[in-house]
Design a protein around this ligand. Structure first.
Ligand code: ADP
Ligand code: MG
Length: 248
């Protein structure tokens, strides 16, 4: 048994000679909530692209639960159990939150429904539970277009969870949100972390402080440092790269 859900070994991604990722070594335990931060251009989005198969490593390997993902197409990697939430919500605005979740879980018929023999009932229960988890029970049946930006983000996280991934990749979930909505997303991710492995990319330091256990700082395509929020925040190298960015 491999207790690591995700590992990258010496991963380099070159775009015409420019190394967006540079010999990146990273690993994350099963069940972990990990936050990855880093200044603009550090390689954070490329890191997610290389995990999901959107981009192939020029050098090195990516392992998911010990399995080498090399050359697998994106849809196959998704089917292995890696789900990704993009920055902008991709939900059906003319449908209700309940319908959005129904569509997603129908598309991903899993062991759950077969196991209980009554797919409809099992599914309804899981959708009811999901609506509670994402805090949209009261708005379950209004068109999603009427939701606030934060509620839309929570719905999309719910849709991701409805696909039952083993690893959730979440790219900048609180960009453009109010403080209250940011806090709600933080609490939602903390709740989901009790039963999922989650990798979150984020800029907002208050948010990182709220949810962080272990933080990885990326810089120029490599891991600059890793540790608790406090350790990372007080690391002189981290302070330097973030200050450098402000002066640009
Ligand atoms: P971050 O998400 O940390 O801001 P990115 O992963 O988006 O950083 O980008 C890392 C670096 O790689 C940036 O300098 C960016 O310009 C470059 N880059 C990303 N994607 C491409 C691409 N498809 N072609 C060329 N350069 C790219
Ligand atoms: Mg990015």
């Amino acid at each position: 048994m491999n207790a690591k859900i995700l590992e990258t070994e010496n991963v380099t991604v070159s775009f015409d000679g420019f190394k967006a990722l540079n010999q990146l070594n990273f690993s994350m335990d099963l069940g972990e909530l990990r936050v990855v931060i880093g200044p603009n251009g550090a390689g954070k989005t490329t890191f997610l692209d290389v995990i999901t198969g959107k981009v192939q490593p020029t050098v090195g390997r990516v392992l998911f639960k010990g399995k080498n993902l090399r050359s697998l197409p994106e849809h196959q990697i998704a089917r292995l159990g890696i789900g990704r939430k993009f920055q902008t919500p991709r939900i059906y605005l003319n449908l209700t939150p309940r319908e959005n979740l129904e569509i997603t879980s129908n598309r991903n018929k899993n062991a759950f429904s077969t196991l209980f023999g009554r797919p409809d009932a099992a599914e309804k229960n899981s959708i009811k539970g999901l609506l509670e988890t994402i805090g949209l029970t009261l708005k379950a049946d209004i068109p999603a277009t009427l939701l606030s930006h934060g509620e839309k983000q929570r719905l999309e996280i719910g849709m991701l969870v409805a696909q039952s991934p083993d690893l959730l990749l979440v790219d900048e979930p609180v960009a453009g949100l109010t403080d209250e909505e940011t806090y709600n997303i933080g609490e939602l991710l903390l709740a989901l972390a009790q039963s999922h492995s989650i990798l979150v990319i984020e800029h907002d330091m208050e948010f990182v402080r709220q949810i962080a256990r272990k933080v990885t700082v990326l810089h120029e395509g490599s891991v600059l440092c890793e540790g608790s929020f406090e350790e990372v925040q007080n690391d002189s190298r981290v302070i330097e790269v973030y200050l450098g960015q402000q002066h640009e």
